[in-house]
Design a protein around this ligand. Structure first.
Ligand code: GLU
Length: 268
């Protein structure tokens, strides 16, 4: 994957299932509204934004009234197909209320690995961004069964997908909204004295050792996949921030250059 020239006005924001859904798998409309409002406001300052959003499978499962998030591939794909419509309907409506246009991009492995498809994809991103349209990206879950099922999945929790999109678009920053404030020196769920690490210069084995399993049963990603994504993005010149998505004001703070979450510093 060839890195593009880094554009200091381009920012990719990744939101996970647990940030935008409630315990029942329904959409947390209040949170999504705050997200759309913050991103629209940031766009008005002259930034170009790309949103990588998960949530399709959980929302589809909720809408289909399935008792739990499906495990069977066929049902997962059906749920993704139903949920993606619902997600985009809401993003289109809410961003529209703040005067923004959105476009949907669904990706699978081949789009990233095949050079011709990759170039087309980069052109599409550029055309959308140059026209001030916010691309909203997800994995093409209803089609890309390899990634949903495989242990070697490339980006089915969307953390790695967001890093790839950040490199593709020449973004200067990738902001990953999580259900935790950032990377801690111990697991904060079991250790009251755990301290937030505010800056990481190098994602070494010691840093990986700090990350433990997934925090929520609605999304699939944990801190490990976020570190892998951060490692890829920082190696291509993209700063990565992991922040808590429960407080959308964190997004304004980043633009105001206040310190929030954990910053993984881009390599030259
Ligand atoms: N692409 C999946 C979705 O939109 C991601 C699932 C997850 O949150 O890990 O449902």
């Amino acid at each position: 994957m060839s890195p593009k020239k880094i554009r200091k006005e381009r920012i990719v924001v990744k939101v996970g299932t647990s940030t935008i859904t409630n315990e029942n798998g329904g959409l947390d409309i209040h949170q999504i509204d705050l997200l759309c409002r913050a991103l629209s406001s940031i766009e008005n300052l002259g930034y170009d934004l790309v949103l990588v959003s998960s949530g399709a499978i959980a929302v589809g499962a909720g809408k289909m009234r399935l008792a739990q998030k499906p495990k069977d591939l066929r049902l997962k794909q059906a749920a993704a197909s139903v949920g993606q419509c619902e997600l985009m309907h809401l993003y289109d409506k809410l961003f529209g209320e703040y005067g923004r246009l959105v476009g949907q991009i669904l990706l699978d492995n081949d789009d990233v690995e095949n050079p011709v498809r990759r170039e087309n994809l980069q052109n599409t991103f550029d055309a959308l961004l140059e026209n001030h349209i916010i691309p909203i990206v997800n994995e093409n879950d209803s089609v890309s069964h390899v990634e949903i099922e495989s242990d070697q999945k490339l980006f089915s929790d969307n953390d790695m997908l967001s890093a790839i999109v950040a490199v593709f678009t020449g973004a200067c920053k990738l902001i990953i909204l999580s259900d935790i404030d950032g990377l801690y020196d111990k697991n904060p769920a079991n250790n009251k004295d755990a301290k937030l690490i505010s800056r990481v210069e190098k994602i070494s084995d010691d840093i990986y050792a700090l990350a433990e399993g997934s925090g929520s049963n609605r999304g699939t990603g944990g801190m490990i996949t976020k570190l892998q994504a951060a490692e890829l993005a920082t190696s291509r010149g993209v700063d990565v921030l992991i922040i808590n998505g429960k407080n959308m004001d964190n997004l304004y703070d980043i633009i105001d250059k206040k310190h929030v979450g954990t910053l993984f510093v881009a390599k030259e």
